[in-house]
Design a protein around this ligand. Sequence first.
Ligand code: 1HN
Length: 345
Amino acid sequence: MDTAPVRTAERAAFYDELAPKHMAPLWEVLRALMTREPATPCVPAIWHYDEVRPYLMRSGDLITAKEAERRVLILENPALAGKASVTHTLYAGLQLILPGEVAPAHRHSQSALRFVLEGKGAYTAVDGERTYMSPGDFVITPSWTWHDHGNDSEEPMVWLDGLDIPLVGFLDAGFVEPGNTETQLVTRPAGDSLARYGSGLLPVDWRPTSPTSPVFNYPYARTREALAQMERQQEWDPCHGLKLRYVNPATGDYAMPTMSTFMQLLPRGFAGAPYRSTDGTVFVCIEGQGETRIGDRTFAWGPRDVFVVPSWATHRHRAVAESVLFSFSDRTVQEKLGLWREARG
Ligand code: 1HN
C-alpha cells in the first residue's frame, strides 16, 4: 500500500487505451484517494480586522448594498483562491451595511449564520420577524427562508457571514429565488422567536418543522452571562477552556443542520493543550487577546480577528487577557455521517 506500482511501458500503453473509454486504473491513484490521515490542501490563515476594515469601507464607497445584493468581501483560504471557500465545505465573508441601506429579500438552500462584529441596531429579517443585532450576537438564516437586511442606525454595521455554500455545491443541491419585494412584510414583533422558543419553554402544541433552531438570534448578552456564571466554577478543559455549543432548544442538536457553532471562554494566562479534529474551523475573537499556534505557525489575535484552523491541524490556544472566541465548522455533518474524530495531545 505504501509504494505505487511501477509504470511500465506496457501498462502505460494500456492506460492510454482506457482513457478514451472513460476508465482509469485505481492502482495508479489509490494512494492519493485514501491517505492515512486527512490531507487537506487548506492552510491556516488569519484576517486582522484592523487591516481588513479599510477595504470593507472602500467597498462601501464603490457599490451600494442594493446593487451588490450583498456587499461582502469573501475571506478565502489562501490555498483555495477563487473558490469562495474558507475550508473545503465552508464559506466566510465580511458583510457591510451602511446607514439607510437595504440588502433585498431572497432565499436559498444554503444556510447562513451571522456573527456581529461592529455596529448596533441594524436588523436582519427572517420569515417576517426582524431581529436587531449587536456585537457578539449569533444570528441564523435557515435554509430556504426569506431574508433581507436593513440598517436604520447611524453607524456602519459589519458582520461575519458563514455559509455552507461549498458543501451544498458539492452535493449539487442549491436553489435560489429572488424576493418580489425588497423588504419583506413584518408579521411578528422583534424578539418573538426568542421569547417563544428560547426561554426554556416551548409553545405546548408546537412541533418542529425544520432541523434548524426556531431561535434565530442568540444574543451575546445572554451567552456572555452564561460564560461568566460558569467561570466561577473554575472547571477548565485543558484544550478548550470553557466551551459551549449553540443548540436547537427543540432537539438539543446543534442550532443548524449543516454548521456547528460554539462559544468559548479562555481565562487570562490560559495555555491550552494541543488539539485537533477533522472539522476545519473558523474562529472569531470577540473579546480579549491571545494567540493560536497552528502546526508550526503562530497567529496572534485580538477583537474581531478571524482565523481558520484546517482539518486535523494540531493547534493550541493561549490567552494573554480573558478571551472569548466564537467558532463554526461542519462538525454536525461529520457527526451525523459517523466521520468526526478528535485527538488531544
Ligand atoms: C447571502 O445571501 C448573504 O443573505 C450573505 O446576507 C452572503 C454569499 C453568497 C451567496 C449568498 C446574505 C452570501 C449570500
